[in-house]
Every structure is written in structure tokens, then in C-alpha cells.
Design a protein around this ligand. Structure first.
Ligand SMILES: C[S@@+](CC[C@H](N)C(=O)[O-])C[C@H]1O[C@@H](n2cnc3c(N)ncnc32)[C@H](O)[C@@H]1O
Length: 349
């Protein structure tokens, strides 16, 4: 069934409410009303009536407006956007609709950008999984990420993680602090970890060392989710000091170019990208991992670590499981824990 635009906006509003953005819950619900009434929102979105639901038109629109605000190009909205230091109030709805009315021509071209995020909170799942890996193989790590976006999670070992019990892991001076990162079974926090090599690929890599890259990743984070913004800003600061190379490549071609190294644990990881990879390409990734895994040894192990919507059993629904597949061996899947959509907290098994 094809859903109408107002319907898609209302569904997105409910999702934002559920995931912790009362601002977008209210704004998107009111934009849905304006769409239905044929107001400025409908004018700006003319020509997008048949855009497929997964293209995220509602988030493309709010992200486009947010980008103007962040770039300092929409001073009439700064009074309502938490990312400019203010608080959202209901008056912001009329201000956004007024901007769409007067400056629709500036918003329309921005709608062509697909929402692009790099969710730093998901490092809590990836790094926690990595701690379990180095407990098993206490070797230096080579880290490779597919669908790495801006490469920020490749700096996961540079962040500070704190759990509910007052424990933690990582650099206490790090500009990225992940509070209440971990619950459930304790992680082996005492293990030293050295990442010797890191790199990633993406179909649309974002260069976070540029202002354009910063604006891209920041504009799609919902403005009233201040902890997500703080993590993102901190990780971009780190990446500017210590850039990570994310090459423009598809996941399968990238993994096909990897090899194991003796004396290192080779880790291929990813989060919330697998659903976008075409089936044939997924099969190429899986085949290459199994092929590399067949020559893995305890001195040159291979780990496929991911935090993706996954079914644990065929009857279960999709949940954000953190899963490790390891070689040598049969590459069986071990379900390590479950994360929230934006990463925190992870509940370890
Ligand atoms: C939802 S984002 C997640 C980014 C990052 N992994 C995170 O958790 O923040 C999905 C990313 O996967 C990338 N992507 C989608 N299909 C891909 C493919 N076939 N090969 C490589 N990257 C892909 C997209 O460009 C996008 O950056």
C-alpha cells in the first residue's frame, strides 16, 4: 500500500517521539497538517508526491531546514533550535512554515540529499564487542568498517565509556563521552587494546574535516537530541586531529581487497548499513569473509562484528543485535548483546 505524504510525516513524527525528539514529533505532525491543507509545505514538496517511503522525505525536509539554521542562513529560526543554544517552543512551527513559504526555493535543492548520519553512540556496541574479542585474542587490532559514513566509529577506541556502576573504559580526557553506555553482563575492561590500522569504505563517504561534511552529518541529527549532538561534535573534533580514511567504495569490493595478517586480529565491522546493501552484494561480502576465515588461525584471526537489525531466531522480530562471527572455526554467530537504535545503552548478554 502506498502511503500518502501526510501519513508518512505522521508516522515519522511518532518515531521521533518514541526515539526522544519531542521537537520533531510536534513539528512533523504540524507539517503533515500543512501538507494536507495545501500550505507552504505542500508547495515545497511538489514533485515528490511519489517518492518511496524509505527515501525519508520528512527527514530530508527537516534536515534541509536544519542545515540552513546551522549554517547561520536562517536567523529567523535560531530562537527555536536547540543546536543554536535555544529551546524549542510551539512558536517554531509557524516560523518553519513561514520560512518554507518565503524561502522554498532555497530548501528545494537540499531535498535531493539523502539523509546521512554517523551515529557515534553505536561505538558503545562496536567497542564493547571488540573488548570481548581482544579478551579472546590479545593481539593488536586491524579495524575495517563498511558503510563507515564519516568514519567516526573507527575512532571508537579514542572515546570514553561510562557504565551505570561508575566503571568505565577509555581516555578520561576524550572529547567524546558515552554515558550509560553499557548494562547487563560485565565487559573485560582491564584488557589493553591497541588499534594499529584503521580504515573504511562508504558509497557516500563524508569528509568530516570539511565544514560541508560537518554540516551534512549535524543537520540530520534531530536538533533537540543534545547528547547525540555532543557526541558527534566531539568525534568530529577528534577526527580533525586524527583523520581516518574512508574510501569511496562499495562494501563487497572493499572486503574483497582485505587480507589477514599474522600477529594481528583483523576485524571487519559495521552498524546499521546492511539493510541498504543489495542481496547479491551481501552474498559477496559473506563469501569473502568465509574465504578469508578458512585460512584464519589463532595467530591471524578474523572477526566479523556487527550491530544491525537482526533476527536471533527465524520467529523473532528484528532487534538491534550486536553479533560476532569469528574464525578460525565455522564462523558461527555469537549474539553478544542488544543496542538501542542510536547505540546507547547496550545490554550485554
Ligand atoms: C544509516 S548509515 C550508517 C552509518 C554508520 N555505519 C553509522 O552507524 O552511523 C548507512 C551508511 O551505509 C552506506 N552504504 C549503503 N550501502 C552501501 C554499500 N553497498 N556499500 C558501502 N556503503 C554503503 C551509506 O552511504 C551510509 O553512509
Amino acid at each position: 500500500m502506498t502511503r500518502s505524504q501526510p501519513d508518512l510525516f505522521r508516522r515519522q513524527a511518532l518515531a521521533c517521539d518514541h526515539l526522544g525528539s519531542p521537537m520533531y514529533a510536534e513539528l512533523l505532525a504540524r507539517l503533515a497538517d500543512d501538507l494536507e491543507a495545501g500550505g507552504p509545505t505542500a508547495h515545497v514538496l511538489r514533485g515528490h508526491e511519489d517518492d518511496p517511503g524509505p527515501s525519508g522525505l520528512a527527514l530530508r525536509l527537516t534536515g534541509s531546514v536544519h542545515r540552513l539554521v546551522l549554517a547561520g542562513a536562517a536567523p529567523e529560526l535560531t530562537a527555536y533550535y536547540p543546536t543554536t543554544g535555544r529551546s524549542w517552543t510551539t512558536g517554531g512551527v509557524a516560523a518553519v512554515i513561514d520560512l518554507l513559504d518565503r524561502r522554498g526555493d532555497e530548501v528545494r535543492p537540499l531535498l535531493d540529499h539523502a539523509p546521512q548520519t554517523n551515529e557515534v553512540g553505536r561505538s558503545s556496541a562496536l567497542l564493547g564487542g571488540l573488548l570481548r574479542i581482544v579478551e579472546r585474542w590479545p593481539l593488536p587490532v586491524r579495524l575495517f568498517e563498511i558503510g563507515a559514513s564519516g568514519g567516526l566509529n573507527l575512532l571508537a577506541d579514542r572515546f570514553r565509556y561510562r557504565d551505570d556502576e561508575g566503571g568505565g573504559w577509555g581516555d578520561p580526557e576524550s572529547p567524546v563521552v558515552l554515558d550509560r553506555a553499557w548494562e547487563g553482563a560485565p565487559l573485560p575492561l582491564e584488557r589493553p587494546m591497541t588499534v594499529l590500522e584503521r580504515g573504511g569504505c562508504d558509497l557516500h563517504p563524508v569528509d568530516v574535516t570539511t565544514e560541508d561534511g560537518r554540516l551534512t552529518l549535524t543537520s540530520y541529527v534531530w536538533p533537540d537530541m543534545s547528547a547525540r549532538h555532543a557526541r558527534l561534535a566531539g568525534a568530529i573534533e577528534l577526527a580533525r586531529r586524527e583523520p581516518v580514511r574512508v574510501v569511496h567504495n562499495d562494501a563487497a569490493s572493499y572486503v574483497e581487497g582485505l587480507e589477514l595478517r599474522t600477529g594481528r586480529v583483523t576485524v571487519v565491522w559495521h552498524s546499521v548499513m546492511w539493510q541498504y546493501v543489495p542481496r547479491a552484494e551481501q552474498e559477496r561480502v559473506t563469501a569473502r569473509l568465509a574465504d578469508m576465515g578458512s585460512s584464519a588461525t589463532d595467530l591471524a584471526p578474523l572477526v566479523h562484528l556487527f550491530a544491525e537489525p537482526t533476527r536471533r531466531t527465524p520467529d523473532d522480530r528484528h532487534r538491534f543485535w550486536v553479533v560476532a562471527q569469528t574464525w578460525p572455526g565455522a564462523g558461527e554467530r555469537e549474539f553478544l548483546g542488544q543496542m538501542a537504535a542510536h547505540g546507547l545503552p547496550v545490554v550485554w548478554e
